[in-house]
Design a protein around this ligand. Sequence first.
Ligand SMILES: [Zn+2]
Length: 98
Amino acid sequence: MESIVDWLSSHMLPCFHKQLFGFSCPMCGFQRGLILLLQGDVFGSIACFPPFAAWFLTLLACIVLLATKKMTKRIGWMIVWINLGVFLFNWIYQNVAF
Ligand SMILES: [Zn+2]
């Protein structure tokens, strides 16, 4: 795992969106967050890229809902819209706060 983290750390891509338009893209922070997550720093990864928290909760909810056979199409769409909302809120927050 250490070599993957080292490789990712030394091959991070610059954000072309930020270079071109001067403000963050929706995925800014993902690479740094992924590296922190691979290093075992869950809270650091969430601080770096907050949608990770929504993705963890979504994964957990989907596992529970599928295991208990309570997943419906309506709940699935609700999860999708909540995730898109978190993603959009994070993007706006990144560009307003920094
Ligand atoms: Zn970016």
